[in-house]
Write a protein that binds this ligand. Structure first.
Ligand code: AMP
Ligand code: MG
Length: 283
């Protein structure tokens, strides 16, 4: 049976973005984890239960008026495995306690507003784990790479995002930002699978192939994100994602860490327990 000691250091330390160079990343590494796939999967099964229990406590507190929440921000190129995280990690907790949002090309309505408008509308409510599949960071990633706004416009967004997240954290949301990286080769394999398997066609977008030509520009844009928005209040974690088992385990651990940091207890009864027990006997 795998033990928690399969980690040589806490995942928050192993993945923290401080000083990371995106172009030097080994996307098939499993930072901080000593075991193999089998050990990782066994541990994940166990840790999913821990995550689920903590999430239930968060939800219970939210129902009792606690306004705190957790926001998991998933950023990554196509095929990095964002959807798999939602399905396999978030899928292990009670859906009632999850506020999920995916951000694609802005709709005509969204385009009329500031880029943070659609983000604010999807922030998690008290007691919820919010999950962003892509996020406000697209507005300094795809937008920067494809010149969708002039440089002086996206340039100001890094500081603006830091201020936005500062406020979010001050208002009681723990922000966990995960930048998910696969190699160019691994992406090709995954795109190939999407073309080879009828059950994966739905994930394929011909534009994903065009985007591969912009890989260096995306790396540069991701580097700027890590350099400029890796704050103490909302740190970035850099996740190598060639091994799906590792990325799922690592995000499970990051969420466990975030929830444990809230030091949650079960909410106190807002009624007299003994009195209610007596009433129930007579009912
Ligand atoms: P997917 O996550 O595969 O459904 O793809 C969503 C697409 O929407 C990706 O190509 C993103 O780059 C794109 N996208 C997300 N946010 C924005 C944005 N603010 N401006 C332009 N494109 C965006
Ligand atoms: Mg896609």
């Amino acid at each position: 049976m795998a033990k928690a000691t399969s980690w040589s250091k806490p995942v928050t330390k192993a993945l923290r973005a401080d000083g990371v160079k995106v172009s030097d990343l080994n996307t098939s590494a499993t930072p901080g984890f000593k075991g193999d796939k089998k050990a990782g999967e066994a541990l994940l099964a166990e840790r999913a239960g821990v995550l689920s229990d903590l999430q239930e406590k968060l939800y219970a507190n939210g129902r009792s008026g606690d306004t705190r929440s957790v926001l998991l921000v998933l950023q990554g190129m196509d095929t990095a495995g964002k959807g798999g995280i939602v399905r396999h990690v978030i899928g292990s907790v009670d859906p009632q306690g999850v506020d999920h949002a995916a951000f694609g090309v802005p709709t005509p309505e969204e385009k009329k507003h500031h880029y943070l408008w659609r983000i604010r509308r999807k922030l998690p409510r008290g007691g919820q784990i919010g999950v962003f599949d892509r996020s406000h960071y697209e507005d300094v990633l795809v937008v920067r790479v494809h010149d969708l706004v002039p440089p002086d416009v996206w340039e100001k967004r890094y500081d603006e995002i830091n201020r936005f997240e500062r406020k979010l954290v001050d208002d009681g949301t723990v922000v966990v930002k995960v930048a998910m990286f696969v190699s160019l080769d691994e992406q090709k394999k995954r795109l190939q699978q999407r073309l080879d398997r009828a059950d994966k066609y739905w994930k394929f977008n011909p534009n994903d192939i065009d985007e591969r030509a912009f890989w260096p520009q995306y790396q540069e844009a991701y580097q700027a994100v890590l350099d400029r928005t890796n704050t103490d209040h909302a740190p970035w974690y850099v996740l190598p994602c060639d091994s799906k088992w590792y990325s799922r385990l690592a995000i499970t651990e990051l969420l466990i860490d975030a929830l444990q940091g809230l030091k949650l207890d079960w909410p106190e009864a807002n009624f007299d327990v003994d009195e209610q027990k007596k009433r129930l006997v007579r009912a």
